[in-house]
Design a protein around this ligand. Structure first.
Ligand SMILES: [Zn+2]
Length: 812
């Protein structure tokens, strides 16, 4: 698969991430690409997450130095926090994948990922490697190095605690091992059938002065980045800021640095560099051990004769250059430059080829009416369409007239992102039968055009897209998805049941096709649960939804089990769409199941008010235990209004994302004083819109307890919060996911009780996860415990403790 597709990766990246608008083929961009033909250097930037990469360095390497520049992000950033919406885990990783592609579309790097899953914050590389399957990730990194032949590999991080996050340290360790293993024919020899061992000239660490940690020093190798690129119309600092600002789910909008900046590099391995990061590397065509003078001459000719008003005049010379490069011995450079030349020929002709569908979603094997469109805007170029999807066309394409070639085609596979086809472990996606690295599916629906331009046949693949006009945003392109015929959504994927309790769950089954369907719903039998009715047969008209309800009970109080509904004995998948304006729409198909857990809980809460923070699923989770949650805005926080609620919850990071926490917090404190309960979830210790965090002083630092099994100690077992209405025991801290808590409180005023303490291995006990104080007639709680992860994950103990935090004190 990789041979067939890797060469197309560049084209795919540039066409997929620009789902929202067409890519510019301006004369100045073409000139830049022509200049780039003369350079054969390659740099691989290596780190762990979306946002780790140095976008200024990448844009400078790609556009000033004109090297092929790639970023390997080991993970897709699944485990971070989301400042845009409620997506977490897999869905956050899907969003960040697109954000990275959008960033690369701007800085012109290439993007790759490994199969490592971002399971959340870890403090050491040892902890990270206990989740990641190190040898598998190493194999993938080695594969990429052997595929790209980087002259220099640049790490963002050092391999020790100076790297901060355990993933960062692990990325540096893996990079170094991969650098060595890629050169060793005894390592991963199965890759050597199609690839050759490769030894990069050197490995460097791109040091930084960031977050209070300065790893730069004057004796390190320095690169001064000053240049303004007139062809792009920006300095690298400006491109960097635009690229970095694509990380919108992380709230990384950046200011432009328009002046000089210095990048620092510490030596890691290979040959030392004294003047430049590519010291001793020949980045001209002369690096090939065969005659290339004619190629160099041809590139000079292109540069000298380039006419900004008539890029099409360069087509003939580009075709001649293509013939010269084609005659070379096989190499990574040859393969890569041929693709670049072909893209340039298309750009010079102002040629657009598109595959357009009239809606965004279809089902497997559904015949789709596709409009394949080609327009040639070079008056003097001889352009012919030879074939579409292998079918001969042999038609001349006259200038400036869109030619449409309708085609009916169907696709047998749904467009599930390839890394999500199978369930994944906590540390790694389970990827089969596909070679590593792709940001997106290489085999999504597309059309293959073969064009002949000035006698040269060029094969181009274009993704099938839905094109429409939004009255506000203008013309929009979105990816086309192929779904299963029947998909279903479940009313809740968690059921928390008390002894004897029954719960009704509904399944909304959708027929996505234009044909009526018949189906039979059954359930994969699970431990001790009763499901009624246990099966149902039904008909669904085309494009309609049928709702099936069933009642579940857990008579034996089984602690945890899974109900898997089946349609015609097969697993059912949901149809999820994630839409944000800064990235293309994302569709994926998670398997539908229902996790049932026994939950013994006393819950006096009926109605809760919720103030939105950065986005979390706590309100939805509380509905699982029968609590009504009303989302309020800051104008609705009057005492009269709040009186109807048992408590007010403030969403995660509200002090960070709300512009006026300093105005609404006093209203909440007033409500507490009058007898209400206020619970504030975690915030980070920067850019808060209030300096007062609660009724009495405390501060926030970056302390976390990332080990989700870390022992939790009760500093005062008699504290009401641990006893009413639920008696909290050690068992309530079992089964937590990802972490205990983050951004703990510190310098806590003595008015607060701190009933819990906990710690990660080899650190000291920390009491900053939970602060409680009686305030006036009511109660104020600040908690850094990660309830926003535990409640959606259905952790029973987290529900019991959360209810205690919200319930009125026994005495009051
Ligand atoms: Zn990171």
């Amino acid at each position: 698969m990789i041979n067939r597709f890797l060469g197309l990766l560049l084209l795919f990246i540039s066409s997929f991430n620009l789902a929202i608008a067409q890519q510019s083929n301006s004369s100045s961009l073409i000139k830049l690409k022509i200049d780039k033909l003369g350079t054969l250097g390659t740099v691989l930037y290596f780190a762990a997450h979306p946002d780790d990469e140095n976008t200024r360095l990448i844009s400078w390497l790609a556009n000033d130095r004109k090297y092929r520049t790639a970023y390997l992000s080991l993970t897709r950033g699944d485990g971070g926090q989301n400042l845009l919406g409620t997506e977490q885990g897999i869905e956050l990783g899907l969003i960040r994948t697109q954000e990275l592609l959008a960033a690369r579309g701007i800085d012109k790097g290439e993007q790759f990922f490994s199969a490592a899953y971002d399971f959340g914050f870890s403090k050491t590389h040892e902890e990270t490697f206990s989740f990641w399957q190190k040898e598998d990730i190493l194999r993938e990194a080695v594969y990429l190095i052997r595929k790209l032949h980087p002259d220099v590999i640049i790490n963002r991080f050092p391999p020790d605690s100076r790297g901060g996050h355990g993933h960062h340290q692990a990325s540096a360790i893996l990079a170094k091992e991969a650098y060595e293993a890629a050169a060793d024919p005894n390592r991963f020899p199965e890759q050597l059938k199609e690839l050759k061992p490769w030894k990069a000239k050197r490995m460097l660490w791109n040091t930084a002065n960031f977050g209070g940690m300065n790893n730069t020093s004057d004796d390190q190798l320095k690169v001064v980045i000053t240049d303004y690129n007139p062809l792009l119309g920006y300095s690298y600092g400006e491109i960097s800021a635009m690229s970095r600002s694509q990380h919108k789910s992380q709230g990384f909008g950046s200011a432009s640095n328009r002046g000089t900046t210095t990048e620092f590099f510490d030596f890691v391995a290979g040959e030392k560099a004294t003047n430049d990061i590519l010291d001793g590397v020949n980045t001209t065509w002369e690096r090939l051990d065969e005659p290339t003078e004619k190629i160099t001459q041809k590139i000079t000719e292109l540069q000298e004769n380039y006419n900004v008003n008539k890029p099409e005049n360069s087509i003939k010379t580009l075709v001649e250059l293509h013939r010269l490069v084609k005659a070379l011995k096989p190499s990574v450079y040859k393969e890569n430059k041929i693709k670049d030349i072909e893209e340039l020929i298309l750009n010079c002709a102002g040629l657009v080829a598109e595959a357009i569908a009239n809606k965004p979603n279809f089902v497997v094997n559904q015949p789709i009416d596709i409009s394949n469109e080609v327009i040639n805007r070079a008056a003097t170029a001889n352009v012919k369409l030879l074939s579409i999807d292998g079918k001969a066309i042999n038609q001349q394409i006259p200038p400036n007239e869109t030619q449409k070639f309708p085609e009916k085609k169907s696709f047998p596979d749904w467009t599930q992102p390839y890394w999500l086809e199978k369930p994944h472990s906590l540390g790694k996606f389970d990827i089969e039968d596909i070679d590593f690295g792709y940001p997106e599916n290489p085999d999504n629906p597309k059309t293959t055009f073969v064009l002949e331009i000035e006698g040269l046949a060029i094969k181009i693949e274009r993704p099938l897209r839905y094109r429409f006009v939004d009255p506000v945003r203008g013309e929009i392109y979105q990816p086309v998805s192929i779904s299963p015929v029947l998909t279903a959504s479940i009313s809740s994927n968690q059921a928390l049941l008390k002894t004897g309790e029954k719960k009704t769950v509904t399944l909304s089954i959708k027929n996505n096709s234009d044909q009526p369907q018949k189906s039979n719903l059954t359930f994969k039998q699970t431990d001790g649960l009763l499901i009624s009715p246990s099966s149902a047969s039904f008909d669904i008209p085309a494009n309609q939804i049928v709702v099936k309800s069933f009642e579940i009970s857990n008579p034996k109080n089984t602690e945890s089990s899974i109900i898997q509904p089946l349609l015609d004995d097969k697993a059912i998948y949901d149809f999820k769409k994630i839409s944000y304006q800064h990235i293309p729409d994302i569709t994926w198909f998670p398997a539908v199941s229902l996790q049932v857990k026994a939950l013994e809980i006393n819950n006096p809460l009926n109605k809760i008010a919720y103030i939105h923070g950065a986005g979390d699923l706590v309100p939805l989770s509380l509905e699982n235990i029968g609590v009504q949650v009303d989302l309020l805005n800051s104008n609705q926080l009057t005492n009269t209004n709040l009186k109807q609620y048992d408590a007010v919850i403030v969403g995660i990071r509200a002090y960070n994302v709300s512009p006026n926490a300093n105005e609404w917090l006093p209203a909440l404190l007033n409500y507490a004083e009058q007898g209400g309960t206020v619970l504030v979830q975690y915030n980070v210790n920067s850019k808060m819109s209030t300096s007062q965090l609660g009724p009495y002083p405390f501060e926030i630092n970056r302390d976390r307890v990332t080990e989700e099994h870390a022992k939790v100690n009760f500093t005062n077992p008699a504290d009401p919060i641990l006893n009413y209405p639920n008696k909290i025991t050690e068992k309530d801290f079992e089964g937590w996911v990802q972490e205990r808590g983050l951004y703990f409180a510190t310098n806590i005023s003595s008015e607060y009780r701190t009933p819990l303490s906990m710690t990660d291995k080899d650190e000291s006990q920390n009491k900053g996860s939970l602060l409680v104080t009686n305030y006036g007639k009511g109660k104020f709680v600040y908690t850094s415990l990660s309830f926003f992860r535990q409640l959606p994950a259905g952790v029973p103990g987290a529900y019991r403790l959360f209810v205690n935090l919200l319930a009125k004190n026994e005495k009051n």
